[in-house]
Design a protein around this ligand. Structure first.
Ligand SMILES: C[C@@](CO)(OP(=O)(O)O)[C@H](O)COP(=O)(O)OP(=O)(O)OC[C@H]1O[C@@H](n2ccc(N)nc2=O)[C@H](O)[C@@H]1O
Ligand SMILES: Nc1ncnc2c1ncn2[C@@H]1O[C@H](COP(=O)(O)OP(=O)(O)O)[C@@H](O)[C@H]1O
Length: 269
């Protein structure tokens, strides 16, 4: 079985308070995008994980795909599997790639071994693997709250818009980014702000991680400015960074150029 775990972007992200468990409460809109990894899962004699493409920090045993397998193995008698991940989504980018891999591994194993788990049950397993992992089970645009692991439907129709995402080769760990945040209640809740026309988002839809990280990494505000100069209707850093995206009404100008070392992806929303 071959699966294609996809990335997400955050449209607005307010970190509202630090919780007693050390995590933070937030509110954000999570939106799936088609920048994908490829994950193959096959029944095998022995459990094995290999990867290719972008190098993944940490040892293969701690890969989230294997963690997903081990989590299901606690409750179900599933045979050994061979998993191969071709990593294409940048890491430490705010694109949720690792969480997507874990969620797709759960969904894939559920199907392969006919475990008959519902989306709700899969989301509960996913929450144990990472705060934003549960989002990738249903993989639909949502308003996210609490730890970023509870969801409500959101009315947001962005089909027809074009998006470009740029990763400036700066690996920002999620924990480092949260460490730099000063939580505060949202001035304009994201849920409300995204209901305005996109032309107004620049003044109303904010990612709190920008305030925390832009002074340390000046390339990030520069990229954002470059996207607006090229005609983006809205531009922002996603999640805890460092990828920055621009949303365009028309085709993305071919003149928009980034250094060769920056990875980028463009497509439709
Ligand atoms: C910031 C967000 C926004 O969508 O996305 P990314 O930038 O990672 O894609 C998420 O909150 C990232 O969720 P996720 O990447 O799953 O986080 P986890 O692996 O569970 O946690 C990594 C670390 O981030 C911090 N953390 C995470 C989530 C949260 N609500 N509060 C936190 O304080 C904790 O220090 C935790 O140890
Ligand atoms: N399949 C995986 N893909 C990416 N990172 C993984 C994976 N499994 C474990 N990790 C660990 O998770 C960390 C970041 O995960 P990721 O969700 O890609 O980051 P972010 O969403 O913050 O950009 C990596 O540093 C790596 O150690």
């Amino acid at each position: 079985m071959i699966l294609f775990p996809n990335a997400k972007i955050n449209i607005g992200l307010n970190v509202t308070e630090r919780r007693a468990d050390g995590f933070h409460n937030l509110e954000s809109v999570f939106y799936p995008v088609n920048w994908c990894d490829a994950l193959e899962i096959l029944p095998s004699e022995e459990t094995e994980f290999t990867s290719s493409g972008i190098e993944i920090p940490g040892n293969p045993e701690s890969n989230l795909c294997l963690k997903a397998y081990e989590l299901l193995k606690i409750d179900f008698e599933i045979p050994p599997v061979k998993m191969h991940l071709h990593k294409n989504i940048p890491i430490g980018a705010g694109l949720g790639g690792g969480s997507a891999d874990a969620a797709f591994a759960l969904k894939g194993l559920n199907e392969l071994f006919e475990l008959n788990l519902t989306s709700e049950q899969l989301e509960n397993y996913a929450r144990k693997l990472g705060a934003d992992c549960a989002f990738f089970i249903q993989n639909k645009p949502v308003y996210a709250f609490n730890k970023g692991d509870e969801f409500e439907a959101v009315k947001l129709h962005l089909s027809g818009f074009q998006i470009i995402i740029v990763y400036p080769e700066i690996h920002i760990t999620t924990a480092e980014a949260y460490g730099k945040i000063k939580p505060k209640p949202a001035e304009i809740p994201v849920k409300k702000a995204v209901q305005n026309a996109m032309e107004n988002w620049q003044k109303t839809v904010f990612n709190d991680f920008e305030t925390a990280l832009f002074p340390t990494y000046p390339i990030l505000p520069e990229l954002k400015k470059q996207l607006y100069n090229a005609g983006a209707v809205y531009a922002s850093m996603t999640g805890s960074g460092s990828a920055v995206f621009g949303i365009f009404k028309k085709e993305i100008p071919a003149s928009l150029n980034f250094p060769d070392s920056f990875r980028s992806w463009q497509g439709s929303l």
